[in-house]
Design a protein around this ligand. Structure first.
Ligand code: F0G
Length: 458
């Protein structure tokens, strides 16, 4: 079979509106050529993010009806706690309303201005939460992880030498936690090998430093380990996950990804004293420790989602669907980040649109063109998101990569939708010379990509 057949059938449908070119043109102009400003019902296939956009199963929806909304001691918290303890193996489980809140709580307790946090690559919110405490985030991914054309199978791995050097030069006291993001979202959804996790764990234990995973996409990472790493081919995803977490002291989690839910997250850890400090802060900002900013029914949906996400048929379809889209594009010569990651396909906009200089936002130009052409919403990961003005000279500095991320929501779109996306992009690629650059006409002082307004350059 040359396409991934869905391991589910459809019980409830959500109609999608198809728009025509003139309607999309009006919508995108009104949105200031920024897809974040589009009304979602003007979009046919929405690939803005895989976060909080999953379709829940009938079993999860049934679980919502069993929500126990008691302020304290809800039975759904018990299910949530049991499900996480069983799969992740950590002793203390603290619910939060989403991933960044788990990061904020952990870093509020652990960090101050003198501290440093290493990670393979910090996701934006993780970086922002480290900076918010006055501490310094440092990215230590292997060099191959920064080369869009390198096909290393575990491009999310941390460079162990760089980690040892940092610990030696800064001193272990300044590093209260080493983080590792699985899969490495900012590096293209690339996996980390079990061997690398084991080695990082060995280094952190030797220096008496905590080791936490940013576990948003842990199941996808485990599937890659099963597929690619020697010795794991005949193990179950659950066994692989248990081993993976056994090397860490805790994790932050956005259940909006591999929890298969629309909202929720948690912090898990073995250290009772740290868990006590976090829980006290949790009561102040999120809620009582048996709900942490969520409803009882949300906890139930997460408990059930975590059971479903480690199912191998599901994961084979999930990873297979992302790969299917990438393969259709590759066959037509569309330049992509290599190899295909777990949750998204990344178009290499610099190679797609070599005639547009970075000062004219090629990845954003491609994102806008894709919406205009086919009603598909992707997200720019390039100079609009990461470009910044030099504080001294005022000159614009550009990031190395200009990417357009096509993030695939879980269990939402069919393989036929993927075919539609691929054919639309291939068509656009054939007409790429007609795509023009963009000019920025409004930018906010921070995180400008969310609210920026742009115009076409004629
Ligand atoms: N860590 C990683 C690796 C993430 O990808 C995200 C979110 C978070 C933490 C924060 O979790 O959104 O629940 O607060 N990533 C989304 C994305 C937003 O589109 O990649 P959150």
């Amino acid at each position: 079979m040359d396409f991934p057949a869905e391991p589910f059938r459809i019980k409830v449908v959500e109609p999608l509106k198809k728009t025509n070119r003139a309607e999309r043109e009006a919508l995108i102009l009104r949105a200031g050529l920024n897809v974040f400003n589009l009304p979602a019902d003007g979009i046919y296939v929405d690939l803005l993010t895989d976060s909080g956009t999953s379709a829940m199963s009938d079993n999860q929806w049934a679980g919502l009806m069993l929500g126990d909304e008691s302020y304290a001691g809800s039975r759904n918290y018990q299910n949530f706690e049991n499900s996480i303890k069983e799969l992740f193996g950590f002793k203390h489980i603290i619910p939060t309303h989403q991933g960044r809140s788990a990061e904020h709580l952990l870093f509020s307790i652990l960090l101050d201005q003198k501290k440093i946090v290493p990670n393979n690559i910090h996701f934006d919110t993780t970086r922002a939460n480290v900076l918010h405490q006055g501490a310094k985030p440092v990215d230590l991914v292997i060099d191959e992880g920064l080369d869009p054309n390198h096909s290393h199978l575990f491009k999310g791995n941390m460079d162990l030498e760089k980690l040892e050097d940092l610990i030696t030069s800064a001193g272990p006291d300044r590093i209260p936690v080493v983080m590792m993001t699985v899969t490495n979202n900012s590096g293209g959804g690339q996996p980390v090998s079990m061997e690398n996790i084991r080695q990082v764990s060995e280094i952190t234990r030797r220096h008496n430093i905590r080791f936490f995973l940013d576990a948003c996409r842990f199941a996808e990472n485990c599937y890659f380990i099963k597929e690619r790493e020697e010795g794991y081919g005949s193990k179950s995803i659950r066994e692989i996950a248990k081993e993976l977490f056994s090397y860490a002291d805790g994790c932050t989690m956005s259940a909006k990804k591999d929890g298969l839910v629309n909202i929720g997250g948690f912090l898990a850890m073995n250290d009772a004293s740290l868990a006590g400090d976090v829980s006290n802060l949790l009561i102040l900002v999120e809620g009582f420790p048996t709900y942490g900013g969520l409803a009882g029914r949300d906890l139930e949906a997460i408990a059930r989602g975590l059971e479903e996400v480690v199912d191998e048929d599901y994961l084979a379809f999930r990873i297979g669907q992302v790969r299917y889209l990438a393969d259709l594009l590759k066959k037509a010569g569309v330049p992509l980040l290599q190899p295909t990651g777990g949750h998204a396909v990344y178009l290499n906009a610099r190679e797609f649109l070599p005639h547009i200089p970075q000062s004219q936002f090629p990845a954003q130009a491609l994102t806008v063109a894709l919406y205009r052409h086919a009603g598909i919403r992707a997200v720019e990961v390039g100079s609009l998101m990461f470009g910044e003005k030099d504080k001294d000279t005022g000159e614009e500095r550009y990031p190395e990569l200009e990417m357009v991320r096509l993030a695939i929501p879980r269990r939402v779109y069919t393989s036929m939708h993927m075919k539609y996306v691929a054919e639309s992009i291939v068509h656009l690629y054939q007409e790429r010379k007609s795509i023009k650059g963009l000019r920025l006409i409004y930018e906010a002082p921070i995180l400008r990509h969310f609210t920026a307004k742009l115009e076409d350059i004629d």
